[in-house]
Design a protein around this ligand. Structure first.
Ligand SMILES: [Zn+2]
Length: 279
């Protein structure tokens, strides 16, 4: 096999193994349980799951999604999360290869999977993910900033709007800081409008912090894309639910999954004049 094929297979396995851990996070984080203790056990009969019954994807298929002990049927979601994490990891490796972008965007996308599932089930986005997420996003941007270009731009500093905008575009750490600010700011604004028009709280602070994390990782331009696409998809899904149920939406639908979806797409669509950013 070619080395590249081996790396591709490895990236899928890495994603699936991490996906298995994501399932633990999705179940335990909102229940405020420890991620490490106790070790994996059946949520039905509490029997510990030995490692040979805990192989990502394969164990689920061999045991046909049932507990090896009490035969309780497990949700398809466990398998789906492991497959999704594996596929996204493979696609990220295809796009970015062995690079700092792969490492950080892998962590970013994995966090988005956990956020999506927890928000769908519990209508919360844990601070335990978004706070460190913002910091790690800044670290990523700081590490991938071109400091020679920054030095050059600073030495030739011009005090006009276009030049300043150009700096925020070219210098990743600046783009990242601006992204976190306008990301959270734009969602606060959307939430404010929503509250005054529909008289209900449509967006939570969790969504605001999530957008700060997206901006920190992907830069300020991504915010335009993510706000547009997540609102569009969210509206389509919301209207479909209303039509399907033939009733008004009395409960709010979580917005985190739509933000996560749009941000994941953005990781791959590096063409919306983003080449500068994801090179
Ligand atoms: Zn069991």
């Amino acid at each position: 096999m070619e080395p590249n094929t081996i790396f591709l297979i490895f990236s899928f396995i890495l994603g699936a193994v991490v996906g298995s851990f994501l399932n633990v996070c999705i179940y335990r984080l909102p229940r405020e349980k420890s991620l490490a203790f106790p070790p994996s056990h059946c949520t039905s009969c509490s029997k510990p799951i030995p490692f040979y019954h805990n192989i990502p994807i394969i164990s689920y298929l061999i045991l046909r999604g049932r507990c090896y002990n009490c035969k309780e049927k497990y949700s398809w979601d466990y398998l789906f999360v492991e497959l999704l994490a594996g596929i996204l990891s493979l696609l990220l490796y295809l796009k970015y290869g062995p690079s700092i972008h792969f490492i950080f965007l892998f962590a970013f996308v994995m966090a988005l999977i956990v956020i999506t599932y927890i928000d769908l089930e519990h209508m919360i986005i844990p601070n335990v993910i978004t706070y460190p997420g913002v910091i790690i996003g800044f670290v990523y941007s700081g590490l991938s900033t071109d400091y020679d270009t920054l030095k050059f731009l600073m030495e030739n500093l011009q005090y006009n709007f276009l030049y300043i905008l150009f700096i925020f575009d070219e210098i990743k750490i600046f783009s990242s800081i601006l992204g976190a600010i306008i990301g959270s700011g734009s969602l606060l604004l959307v939430g404010f409008v929503y509250k005054n028009v529909r008289k209900i709280d449509g967006l939570g602070l969790g969504d605001v912090k999530l957008m700060a994390m997206v901006g920190a990782f992907l830069g300020w331009r991504s915010i335009i894309f993510v706000v547009l696409i997540s609102s569009l998809v969210g509206t389509i899904v919301g209207l479909s639910i209303i039509l399907y149920q033939k009733s008004n939406l009395k409960y709010a639908i979580p917005f985190g999954p739509f933000i996560s979806f749009a941000a994941t797409i953005y990781c791959f669509s590096g063409d919306l004049s983003l080449d500068y950013f994801l090179d």
